[in-house]
Design a binder for this molecule. Structure first.
Ligand SMILES: [Zn+2]
Length: 457
């Protein structure tokens, strides 16, 4: 007999020295597929009964809840893309026709933080909020957060779901939350004083912000290692999964650096997350079921290999996503992790997007590969810009970096050329001259189609 659906979101905390929170974590993968299928069947039926969005989408594709006889049958269901969600919200404001709960059940409204285009609104019910908190607590446990920890949350408390997800996971786990926030002028200097006073043991934010904090600390004569962080976990940017950036964060702070995060729409977004062994993000597939599909054919990749994550909620009652196409690129592996969890992993993190690959002089270049090469050169700052222009026939690839030593340019060019296949012209700026951000950095400036891509609004 399968468990009641949806699960209650009630928390039963393991003993402090217990490594696992739930039996699904170490289950034989075949057996766990049974657990996933039981939840999926309920989730799909629930969406069919309550959401005109899914009824229409699935009817058009000739699929119905009865189509789902095994977990593999999910591949017959169409992808959902972000553009469809956005268009549906325009047609059915404010939350779209995939909202499955009554308006009075909505407890939190969040949204996309992008600066262009119509925003997408996320409505999360009270019960879903509790389930998200429980899922995040369980995952935070795997990277070592315990009740005795104090978690410094150094990111915006706004529509951005990252900070809230970290906050409610911390609360549900019974640890101490220190929701410091970010973005107010002078706040990072203030953070130095507060961290010294409160002595948090864990940090959440974006990799850019952590490195910015380290830079400000150093400028004030404070060694970031003296903060005393033991665990630093990240989302919002790929950096924590880029090996050289991860190493830099771990070296600078003397803490472990945990990569996590799927998509805001998929909250609980921590269901891609590393454990304390940092062998790549585990796919916590009994919470959110993740397929990796071939970028050309859209068919699920059998076994290990490269592809695009496609996410499906398994316990969401307000705005469920069934086969949300992420557009991200990753590689999945199923060899064992020393933690003993049997979840597959993404050993190279999310290393690109299907649509952010740059073609420079005919070579496919992923910005993350450039960052990894750059971060492996000693003496180079963490901020950089990739600028691509086409003044004549040929692409000009310029990489702007920060360093006190102009002589690093050759090493940077060689490493980037080896990693990406194209050597950039390297421009070395003095430290702290490139614009930094306390949130997600924009580091690619492709000026080749500047006229055609000018925003029209
Ligand atoms: Zn592990």
């Amino acid at each position: 007999m399968s468990a009641p659906w949806p699960p209650s979101g009630r928390i039963e905390l393991p003993d402090t020295d217990e490594p696992y929170w739930a039996p699904e974590e170490t289950m034989d993968p075949e057996q766990r597929r049974g657990v996933v299928f039981d939840k999926l069947r309920e989730q799909v039926r629930y969406c069919w009964e309550r959401s005109p969005f899914y009824r229409e989408l699935w009817s058009d594709a000739g699929v119905f809840p009865e189509t789902l006889r095994t977990l593999d049958d999910l591949r017959h269901f169409p992808f959902v893309k972000k553009e469809q969600i956005r268009a549906d919200q325009v047609a059915h404001p404010p939350f779209g026709s995939n909202i499955c709960c009554p308006p009075e059940a909505i407890a939190h409204i969040h949204g996309t933080s992008g600066t262009t285009g119509r925003p997408t609104a996320f409505a999360i019910s009270r019960d879903d909020w509790l389930r998200i908190a429980a899922a995040h607590a369980r995952i935070m446990w795997s990277f070592g957060i315990r009740r005795t920890d104090t978690v410094f949350i150094g990111s915006f408390f706004s529509l951005y779901l990252g900070s809230w997800g970290a906050l409610i996971g911390t609360e549900a786990l019974g640890a101490r939350a220190f929701p410091f926030g970010a973005g107010v002028p002078g706040q990072t200097e203030r953070a130095l004083e507060y961290i010294d006073l409160i002595r948090p043991t864990a940090f959440y934010g974006t990799p850019s912000y952590a490195l910015h904090l380290a830079k400000v600390a150093t400028k004030h004569g404070v060694d970031p290692k003296d903060f005393g962080f033991k665990i630093m976990f990240f989302s919002g940017e790929p950096g924590a999964g880029i090996p050289a950036t991860k190493k830099r964060i771990e070296d600078v702070f003397g803490a472990i650096c945990i990569d996590s995060g799927s998509m805001a729409e998929m909250t609980p977004w921590m269901t891609n997350s590393e454990c304390s062994h940092r062998t790549g993000m585990h796919l916590w597939e009994d919470l959110v079921y993740t397929e990796i599909v071939d970028r050309e054919t859209g068919e699920p990749v059998e076994g290990d290999g490269e592809g695009v994550p496609v996410y499906t909620h398994l316990e969401r009652t307000s705005q469920p996503m069934i086969r949300l196409y992420s557009g991200d690129l990753t590689r999945v592996a199923s060899d064992p992790c020393p933690c003993g969890r049997t979840y597959r992993r993404l050993p190279d993190g999310i290393y690109g997007r299907v649509d952010d690959m740059l073609i420079i002089r005919g070579v496919n270049v992923y910005p993350n590969a450039v960052e990894n090469a750059l971060a492996s050169v000693p003496g180079v700052g963490s901020e950089y810009r990739i600028v691509i222009e086409r003044p004549g026939e040929l692409d000009v690839f310029r990489l702007e970096i920060e360093s006190t030593e102009a002589s690093v340019a050759d090493a940077v060019r060689d490493r980037v050329k080896a990693a990406a296949g194209v050597g950039p012209d390297v421009v070395v700026h003095p430290p702290d001259t490139l614009e930094t951000t306390e949130f997600k950095s924009r580091r690619v400036d492709d000026r080749r189609n500047a006229v055609a891509s000018t925003p029209t609004h």
